[in-house]
Design a protein around this ligand. Structure first.
Ligand SMILES: *Cc1c(COP(=O)(O)O)cnc(C)c1O
Length: 415
């Protein structure tokens, strides 16, 4: 795993006041902050004195989370949000305006496809969806008015793996922000900034928190993009005061403040707690997934399996190059028919059926009838969602228990 520092004691280097020597950030469950004098609050509002004025814009517990996220990604800074979708909506709002164009991956999280296809389309932003694994398709779709390339690493549920370094080479040269959703790999496996990615977004609801009890998101500025010049006027407006931090200032003081998707302090605390074991959990998630994928691949009832950690997968070389061989913990497999897939999900006991991933528990779902229910058969096919497909988010259970559960459920798919 890349980041030993993400394990256990990741609070050591964070600047925090700890008046009682507490080892965890305090939960400052307060909406506003009072000051002795009007002059002081004026200075806080003007950014001349450090401090908080209102939790929608900033909160000490959330700052503690943001500091950790920034360090984990080796980045310039991070802004935490209420959810992964709030992070994506905020980045898109910060970068795009009417008439702009986006290049985005086709096989992405359904909510992210929809935000471009439905929400931002209504504000005059056009999007070209491409196969993210095909570098030429991604870079070839760039137009004169392209203001963002948005990819997932990896695609959920397609599990395609873009070659970030090759794509970043082109987007960096053309000065188009490359935004990557790193929810599935996390900074424990990949720091996208190391490959030239400009902005990273996370749904911390998944592995970063890891326990399925706090929804959250984050935006990370890796520090690669020079916001002091370039075509983003609303960001350049912050340059005099914030220099290279202008994108973060624009996000925090304008976009996130106005859209209102701030995290609850308690969720920031829970996310910090989860982060402490991130690299340990990711190692175990990946190890369990590798074993389960090999076992499923050899099972006679399994028609096909898609897991980039397997040596014969189309993108396995990229898994080696970009993730040090860790294939993540999400996989899909097929049982030939929709009926069998339903029976498998119904009979699995240890593996719970849920529309989440990145949890300590193994979760299974039939994406075609749930997450992708609003799409027609052809669109689902293009997104890599077949009728017989089951998605597995592999948890942290002892592998033998997991294998036994899958074996008993598979035994019953014909009955
Ligand atoms: C879940 C998810 C999101 C959305 O995050 P929420 O926290 O549910 O809003 C975005 N991208 C990916 C890859 C996800 O898995």
């Amino acid at each position: 795993m890349l980041l030993e520092e993400s394990t256990i004691n990741n609070s050591a280097k964070v600047h925090e006041t700890a008046p009682w020597g507490e080892t965890m950030p305090a939960v400052v469950q307060s909406v506003a902050y009072s000051y002795e004098s009007a002059a002081e609050l004026e200075a806080v509002f003007a950014g001349l004195q450090s401090g908080y004025n209102y939790t929608r814009v900033g909160n000490p517990t959330t700052t503690a989370l943001e500091e950790r996220l920034k360090r984990l990604d080796g980045a310039r800074g991070a802004v935490a949000t209420a959810s992964g979708m709030a992070a994506i909506a905020s980045v898109a709002t910060a970068l795009l305006e009417q008439g702009d164009h986006v290049v985005a991956a086709r096989g992405m999280f359904a909510g992210t496809v929809s935000i471009f296809e439905d929400t931002f389309a209504r504000f005059g932003v056009t999007t070209t969806f491409v196969e993210a694994g095909d570098t030429d398709a991604v870079t070839g779709a760039i137009q004169e008015n392209t203001r963002m390339v948005f990819l997932e690493i990896m695609g959920n549920p397609k599990l395609d793996v873009p070659d970030l370094k090759a794509i970043a080479k082109v987007t960096n040269a053309q000065r188009i922000p490359l935004v990557v959703d790193n929810t599935l790999m996390t900074p424990a496996i990949l720091r996208p900034g190391d490959l030239g990615v400009d902005v990273v977004v996370y749904s911390t609801s998944k592995y970063i928190h890891g326990h399925g009890t706090a929804i959250g998101g984050a935006i990370v500025d890796t520090g690669i993009y020079d916001w002091t010049s370039g075509p983003f006027e609303p960001i350049r407006a912050w340059v005099d005061e914030y220099r290279e931090d202008s994108f973060l200032a624009h996000l925090r003081n304008s976009v996130c403040r106005n859209l209102g998707g701030c995290p609850a302090p308690w969720n920031s605390f829970l996310t910090v707690q989860g982060l402490q074991t991130l690299s340990l959990r990711m190692q175990r998630h990946c190890d369990n997934a590798r074993q389960l994928a090999r076992w499923l691949r050899d099972h006679p009832d399994v028609a096909w399996i898609n897991y980039p950690g397997l040596a014969d997968h189309t993108y396995h070389q990229r898994v080696i190059d970009q993730f040090g061989g860790n294939g993540g913990a999400l996989m899909t497999f097929g049982l030939g028919t929709r009926d069998r897939a339903f029976r498998f999900v119904d009979r699995a006991q240890l593996a719970k059926q849920a529309a989440n991933l990145g949890d300590v528990h193994t979760l299974v779902i039939h994406p075609g009838s749930t997450i992708f229910h609003s799409y027609g058969p052809e669109d689902r096919q293009a997104m890599g969602v077949t009728d017989d497909m089951i998605r597995v988010s592999v948890g942290l259970e002892p592998f033998a228990d997991l294998q036994a559960d899958f074996a008993q459920a598979l035994k019953q798919i014909h009955i």
